[in-house]
Design a protein around this ligand. Structure first.
Ligand SMILES: [Zn+2]
Ligand SMILES: [Zn+2]
Length: 404
């Protein structure tokens, strides 16, 4: 059977196959060619733990590793999460391997799905910030997704930070003054989400023009609707370098019939803007911290949330990187590393302050931190703790059929 499916995929992807099928050169026709094929033969769907299938709102951890590094042999992919509400899927961040993880997750929800329609349920993608470990698979999601139905039902909505507007300061270690490095692309040194997406399309123009002309596929640009998130007026905000995360109230970012999405600025200086997002559905609420040090804006956003997905760094690992004795410069560097992220125990404190019912630890640094160490968050947290693992499915809020 695997051989038959493989042959069908090859046939469908070849131009000759299209013409032979007389199907017209559209992606819809491609999908029809695999009608009835057991796609589950292409990849084994992961098990759905935790009874998550009994919930109409489900969180899926696509990737749980933090940082722009490969860890060969690690079971963790780059940071990305998906929220399924009814038959639609919302994605937060798109780290290394996220596109393929999303396809795997959607296949597990719908084992008989056609591979050319697999990404049709993907309604929106939200970027917390534009560090590479959160966006590096975006081009993959768009280009591979083109074949997998991305934006076919409705254009895929992509929302993320706008341009930073000014360059971050050069990090200065006490006693070791550094000169300004050369600016990369001084004409547009801090692009936002719209400009980044345009850059991807431009970089792949050869492929886009080939497939639009030779396969008669719809222009990929028309399948995606991209917006920079506009910041509200924030009292106390002066500039990205002076006040990257001033005290503020959450603000509305997006909504549809399924979810209402709000955001706040979090402490990930010098990155700006760096967002946390909250999704409220009829059944429950999930908050994604993005990358942040301990942050009261996040506590406000996550107030009484059903699930808080929080980033985490093992401070003991950072300590081991900088063994004593530490001079002033080393202490400054270590502080710099820790202030942009949250230690395991502080993640527990933040979840407790917010009154979040479940704390899920993700964006784990380093990748090989053990679940036992992650459970240290429970020292300061009385709710349910879930050390995050890739492709874990977690039910959110009210179980299907339960009363309001
Ligand atoms: Zn990160
Ligand atoms: Zn980051």
């Amino acid at each position: 059977m695997c051989q038959e499916v493989g042959h069908a995929v090859q046939l469908a992807l070849s131009r000759r196959g299209l013409l032979k099928a007389g199907a017209g050169a559209s992606l819809a026709a491609l999908s029809l060619m695999l009608g009835g094929a057991p796609v589950s033969a292409l990849a084994a769907p992961p098990s759905t733990g935790d009874g998550a299938a009994d919930f109409d709102t489900r969180l899926i951890l696509l990737g749980t590793a933090g940082g722009p590094a490969w860890f060969p042999g690690s079971s963790r992919h780059g940071i990305a999460s998906a929220l399924q509400v009814g038959d639609l899927t919302y994605m937060v961040d798109c780290g290394d391997g996220a596109a393929r993880q999303l396809a795997t997750a959607l296949l597990s929800s719908s084992p008989k799905a056609n591979p050319f329609q697999l990404l049709e349920p993907l309604r929106a993608l939200f970027f917390t910030h534009l560090h590479s470990d959160h966006v590096v698979d975006y081009n993959n999601l768009l280009l591979q997704g083109w074949t997998a139905g991305v934006g076919r039902r409705l254009p895929l909505e992509v929302l993320g930070p706008g341009p930073r507007g000014e360059l971050p300061p050069v990090f200065q270690v006490p006693g070791q003054p550094r000169a300004e490095p050369e600016v990369v692309f001084p004409d547009a040194p801090t692009p936002g989400t719209v400009q980044m997406t345009d850059g991807i399309f431009r970089a792949f123009a050869t492929d886009l023009n080939d497939r639009v002309r030779d396969y008669l596929w719809p222009d990929l640009r028309t399948l995606v609707s991209v917006k920079d998130i506009a910041l509200p007026t924030i009292p106390g905000f002066r500039s990205p370098n002076q006040t990257p995360a001033p005290d503020m109230e959450p603000f509305m970012v997006w909504s549809d019939a399924n979810v209402r999405v709000t955001a706040t600025l979090v402490e990930h200086a010098p990155v700006f803007p760096s967002f946390a997002f909250r999704f409220d559905s009829e059944q429950g609420s999930v908050v994604f911290s993005g990358d942040t040090g301990p942050c009261q804006n996040l506590v406000r956003l996550a107030r009484n949330a059903d699930v808080l997905v929080h980033e985490v760094i093992d401070a003991a690992w950072v300590d081991a990187l900088f063994p004593p004795p530490q001079d002033e410069a080393t202490q400054a560097l270590k502080h710099h590393l820790l202030s942009a992220h949250t230690s395991i125990e502080d993640a527990g404190r933040i979840a407790e302050q917010a009154g979040a019912k479940t704390l899920v630890l993700s964006h784990v640094i380093p990748h090989n931190v053990t679940d036992d160490r992650l459970r240290l968050a429970s020292r300061h947290y009385s709710g349910r703790l879930v050390p995050g693992q890739d492709l874990a499915h977690i039910g959110v809020g009210r179980r299907r059929g339960a009363g309001a």
